[in-house]
Design a protein around this ligand. Structure first.
Ligand code: ADP
Length: 263
């Protein structure tokens, strides 16, 4: 490659069969990273070759959720991603010291994402999941430029206010001409000890985002699933083991697995 040429991104090469999903949300704390990690683990469990690129500069919680404390090694010009639970993982947090808050400007983020895609030795992946920062920032444009074939996956809670911002995050796909794979509603209900359900964040947000985006895009954007709120999901994440692996028979794991099935 000559000087000044763009780095080669394997996922854009003809014949590449990797499906790339960019996981987006309107705001933080809705469980975007949790869904990314559990979907990755669920897909890897099915025997697929899976990678996760954590581009959530504010959260970068993916390695911890996968229990990965390894740092990437370098072989010649390539960065080798650590593996955890059968998932190859690379995170922006692996390149920042400690927990130092980094002020990221758009171009830096674009460059970091480009490096994740071009300089990491992913091998032949079936699925690559990109955990994006929340919101509708520059990164969505970068993803569209760097990975025109990527599909957007929108995570929201049932709450009205959350759904409205999630809708905006998804609507960017109309400008960037990207496909929307669908919507995942997280924290949809909580099952109480007596078996009844309660809805701490209300109801309807996921369907609302699905309907609005279907209208905006003029193409079906399905609600892929509803995932309950379950404290054991958080505990499992804190222990570095996705709930789909540590307790696959739980209601929450089954709900996530049903979404993975549709990807
Ligand atoms: P985001 O990536 O959208 O900022 P996270 O995935 O980091 O959100 O989730 C925020 C917090 O909520 C974490 O502590 C996570 O463990 C917890 N969490 C996410 N989804 C669920 C769920 N379905 N049930 C229980 N806790 C959840």
């Amino acid at each position: 490659s000559g000087a000044g040429s763009e780095p080669v991104i394997p996922f854009n090469q003809p014949g590449c069969r990797t499906r790339v999903y960019a996981v987006a949300s309107g705001k933080g704390g809705v469980g975007k990273s949790s869904m990314t990690v559990n979907l990755a683990a669920a897909l890897a469990k099915r025997g697929l070759s899976v990678g996760v690129a954590d581009a959530d500069i504010y959260g970068h919680s993916v390695p911890r959720m996968l229990g990965s404390e390894e740092v990437p090694t370098q072989v010649e010009d390539m960065i080798m991603p650590p593996q955890a639970h059968g998932v190859k993982v690379i995170s922006i947090g692996m390149f920042t010291r400690g927990n130092a808050a980094v002020v990221w400007r758009g171009p830096m983020l674009h460059r970091a994402l480009q490096q994740f895609l071009a300089d990491v030795y992913w091998g032949e992946l079936d699925v690559l999941l990109l955990d994006l920062p929340p919101g509708t920032g520059d990164i969505a444009i970068s993803v569209a430029q760097l990975l025109p074939g990527a599909e957007l996956l929108v995570v929201t809670t049932p709450q009205q206010a959350a759904a409205e911002v999630a809708e905006r995050a998804g609507a960017i796909a109309t400008q960037t001409h990207q496909r929307l794979a669908g919507v995942v509603e997280n924290m949809s209900w909580m099952t109480m000890p007596d078996g009844t359900r309660t809805e701490p964040f209300g109801a309807g947000g996921g369907q609302q985002v699905s309907d609005a985006l279907t209208r905006d895009l003029g193409a079906n954007v399905p609600l892929l699933g509803q995932v309950p709120l379950d404290p054991t999901l958080r505990e499992a994440s804190d222990n570095g083991e996705p709930i789909v692996l540590s307790n696959p028979e739980s209601e929450v794991a089954k709900a996530i697995d049903a979404v993975a099935e549709k990807l």
